[in-house]
Ligand binder design. Structure first.
Ligand code: KIV
Length: 281
């Protein structure tokens, strides 16, 4: 199966009989290999990089340079999955030309499309990026780059008026050219309304089962990230515990002198030992 293109992803509406889209984040070569070999349709090099890999408290700290560095690491593995790169905060807020340059930088690093957060106020930037022939994925609802404006990472569109605005926002993103839209942190009924209202697929995270696809953060899914446990995360493994246990066993073996063994070491040949006048070990 070849890499899914943005136009083929655009067609993936469950109501039209399509299979649900699977998107998982990855930020480096090993995670990209895992996600792609497991058969995900899309790899998102998300700006969640800031929180799950770089140790920041929010996503506002990563730059286009950081994102390009990680997109390139993912792209070098030549995954079968479509690579989406997040445009970080302040990379698409200043001017349309800066926005296009930043999007192009992520495409040149190896992404197949870019994602940006926000509703109607992003339309001019979306049109400009699409005008440069770069496919754009939208992201509405709980938009982590708006953490200060939202007053925290809070579920959005809980009131009828806000739900109607979200539906309108999704429609305008689709109209402006987005090929898909992430719905994050919204009530299940609101996600269903949006999914019903738009012709492009919705990809949910904390948005219930009625979306056209789902996305999770790799480190949450495999249990590397355990400090936070939002209710929408399902952990499919406990790699944090497995990795901690592995490092603990290594430490014990080093301290007790049982690692490495001679079988795990390189040896001089008999001839070289004789030349050195050293007895064999
Ligand atoms: O950066 C990210 O991981 C994301 C997902 C939460 C959709 O944007």
């Amino acid at each position: 199966m070849g890499t899914l293109s943005a136009p083929s992803i655009r067609m993936r509406k469950v109501r039209d009989g399509a299979d649900r889209l699977v998107m998982v984040t990855a930020y480096d070569a090993p995670s990209a290999r895992v996600v792609s070999e497991a058969g995900a349709d899309l790899i998102l090099v998300g700006d969640s990089l800031a929180m799950v890999v770089l140790g920041y408290d929010d996503t506002l700290q990563v730059t286009v340079k950081d994102m390009a560095h990680h997109v390139a690491a993912v792209a070098r593995t030549k995954p079968a999955a479509h690579i989406v790169a997040d445009l970080p905060w302040m990379s698409y807020h200043i001017s349309p030309s800066k926005t296009v340059q930043n999007a192009a930088r992520l495409i040149r690093a190896g992404a197949h499309s870019v994602k940006l957060e926000g509703g109607r106020k992003r339309l001019p930037m979306i049109e400009r990026i699409c005008g440069a022939e770069i496919p754009v994925m939208g992201h509405i609802g709980l938009t982590p780059q708006s953490v200060h404006a939202m007053g925290g990472f809070k579920v959005q569109a809980r009131r009828a008026e806000a739900a109607r605005r979200l539906v309108q926002a999704a429609k305008s993103l689709a109209h402006a050219g987005c090929y898909a839209v992430v719905l994050e942190g919204v009530p299940v009924q609101v996600a269903a309304m949006v999914t019903e209202a738009v012709e492009i697929p919705t990809i949910g995270i904390g948005a219930g089962p009625h979306c056209d696809g789902q996305v999770l953060v790799y480190h949450d899914l495999v249990g590397f990230e355990q400090r936070l446990s939002p209710k929408f995360v399902r952990r499919y493994a406990d790699l944090h515990t497995a990795a901690t246990e592995a490092v603990r066993r290594f430490s014990d073996d080093v301290r007790s002198g049982t690692f490495p063994t001679l079988d795990e070491s390189y040896h001089l040949s008999e001839a070289e030992l004789a030349a050195l006048g050293v007895a064999g070990i």
